[in-house]
Design a protein around this ligand. Structure first.
Ligand code: SF4
Length: 539
């Protein structure tokens, strides 16, 4: 087994979460959930294996994971990520239909509870997803039986004169014929929401109070009904701890700190589904208050980001958060709210982000000092763990080629290097050829939903930098950090400083970018020579 993969397996925690299997190109080929990441992921690599597992194993070159609070939360995330990345081996989950939700039709005077597979912005509240689907049906039955919530999709009030069989079976309080009033039914709906959100402590407290009040009025029949409901709730061993879904776009930040190292983990929720994650580690002097450090990171983060949410959830307070919210809202053109959730679904999401931030601090620090140095010089929030270097070779004016080299954590990842025969440019035109390579390389990565590099480096000066920026803008990647390094002068041009930066010869950042630039050059020129040789044989 490959050494990197072995290290990844050894580093897996005995905790619930979702895992990602990636191929040598960084593409996600399989996503799964586990109660214990350590046991589950390792089981894929223990012989013998069925055909599907053997195929997954054969294609996997790297493993990543996200920690969650429970297996249920993992199921929720797994479904979101599978739909986002469509991994080839997740055939079973590719269809949205595998995961039902409960829909509480809050837009109606007498809301009902029904099963659905589609989350819409229609005033209803959605809970789930449920796996297996039978769990969703059981929960509906429970709400019908003990809270009297209707399970039909009739208009209520409507034209019915008599309730249906559900009422006879004690599975509905029959609001359709006025057996229960709007206020009392509303209380049952509120109780149901507490139950579905897993806030049973609060629900039991309210029910006990109602039972005591009924007993105080000598209404023993009603008091007995409350007592039965209290017992039932207490007996339900596996109380739902579900994440209800809204359709807002939310960024969720979890923070962890250890001496002068600060880790932030972000979950990006779009349209109610976690779509992506990001991680950042920065160094902050130990005496810097956490509030200030977070404020600085968030300011930089939203200064660079173009995909702005409606809501930002934080695990810790940030200094001058009101001013920051104003700046981000102005940039977005609509209100962006920042808050620290104390309970409920949002708190659970923040806790998930914190767990993952803590995990980051447990990771060994990057061995290449150039990465942190480069991040500092370029003002990047986090060291660029994946850098791609591009070069064009066209000596002699024909058979032009382009190269892309990939560096992961400061080390070349040779299996990911790619070469390109220039197709649309004739004659020695570096700038146009570079734009063609950028269009083909990143256009394809976008189409395949693959992670883009944190930083792109092109061989050359200002002209090459501008060509690269233009090529990226055409793909909608104008905000992606790109730099160029000119030969001989060794001047670094950046997307912000195109007057150029002359780095100290001993700078670890300069050594790293020189290594990447030279590797891209070597790879391009070797390919170019091969092509010219072939051509001269052919003629
Ligand atoms: S009793 Fe009325 S409200 Fe209840 S399920 Fe039947 S039709 Fe619907």
């Amino acid at each position: 087994m490959d050494e990197k993969l072995k290290q990844r397996l050894d580093g897996l925690p005995d905790k619930p979460g979702i895992y990602f299997f990636k191929n040598p190109g960084g593409e996600i080929v399989y996503i799964g959930k586990a109660r214990s990441l350590k046991d589950r992921v390792r089981s894929y690599f223990a012989a013998p294996a069925d055909l599907k597992v053997a195929n997954i194993r054969a294609e996997t070159a790297d493993i990543d994971f996200i920690l969650t609070g429970s297996e249920k939360e993992a199921a929720f995330l797994e479904n979101n990520f599978v739909q986002r990345y469509q991994p080839k081996f997740n055939l079973r989950l590719k269809d949205d239909k595998s995961f039902p939700y409960l829909k509480l039709t809050l837009g109606e005077r007498f809301p009902g509870i029904v099963l659905t597979r589609k989350v819409e912005e229609d005033g209803a509240r959605y809970f789930g997803p449920f796996s297996p689907a039978s769990q969703a049906r059981k929960t509906i039955h429970l709400l019908n039986r003990y809270f009297g919530i209707r399970g039909c999709e009739e208009s209520v009030p409507g034209k019915r004169r008599r309730p249906c069989l559900e009422h006879d079976l004690r599975l509905c309080s029959a609001p359709c014929v006025g057996t229960i009033g709007e206020t009392e039914y509303g209380k049952s709906v509120a109780d149901s929401i507490l139950f579905l959100e897993g806030r049973t402590g609060q629900l039991l407290k309210a029910l006990k109070q109602r039972m005591d009040e009924a007993a105080g009025r000598l209404d023993y029949e009603q008091a007995g009904r409350w007592r039965d409901l209290i017992r039932t709730i207490e007996q339900i061993r596996e109380r739902p701890r579900l994440i209800s879904v809204g359709l807002e776009d939310t960024d969720i930040f979890g923070l962890a700190r250890e001496k002068d190292r600060l880790a932030l983990y972000v979950l990006f929720m779009r349209g109610g589904k976690v779509r992506d994650t990001a991680e950042m580690i920065s160094r902050e002097p130990g005496e810097t208050p956490v509030e200030e450090a977070i404020a600085r990171i968030l300011d930089r983060f939203y200064g660079q980001s173009e995909d702005l949410p409606d809501k930002v959830l934080l695990s810790h307070p940030a200094a001058s958060v009101r001013e920051l919210a104003e700046r981000v809202s102005l940039k977005k053109g609509s209100a962006v709210r920042f808050s620290i959730p104390r309970r409920g679904r949002d708190r659970k999401l923040v806790e998930m982000a914190v767990r993952n931030a803590e995990r980051l601090l447990g990771k060994p620090e990057g061995e290449n000092p150039g990465l942190a140095d480069l991040a500092r010089i370029l003002g990047l929030v986090t060291p660029p763990s994946r850098i791609e270097g591009l070069d064009i070779s066209n000596t002699g004016g024909d058979e032009s080629v382009g190269s892309v080299v990939v560096f992961e954590n400061g080390e070349p990842s040779r299996s990911e290097y790619r070469k390109y025969k220039i197709k649309t440019v004739f004659g020695p035109n570096d700038v146009a050829s570079l734009q063609e390579v950028i269009g083909r390389r990143y256009g394809r990565m976008i189409k395949e939903g693959r992670s883009l590099p944190d930083l792109i480096l092109v061989d050359g000066g200002k002209g090459q930098l501008h060509a690269a920026q233009k090529g990226l803008e055409t793909l909608g990647l104008g905000a992606r950090p790109v730099i160029s390094l000119a030969k001989r002068e060794e001047i670094l041009f950046t997307w912000e400083r195109n007057d150029g930066l002359r780095l100290d010869r001993t700078s670890p950042a300069l050594k790293l970018v020189q290594h990447i630039r030279d590797e891209a050059h070597r790879f391009a020129i070797t390919f170019h020579r091969e092509r010219r040789k072939k051509k001269s044989f052919a003629s």
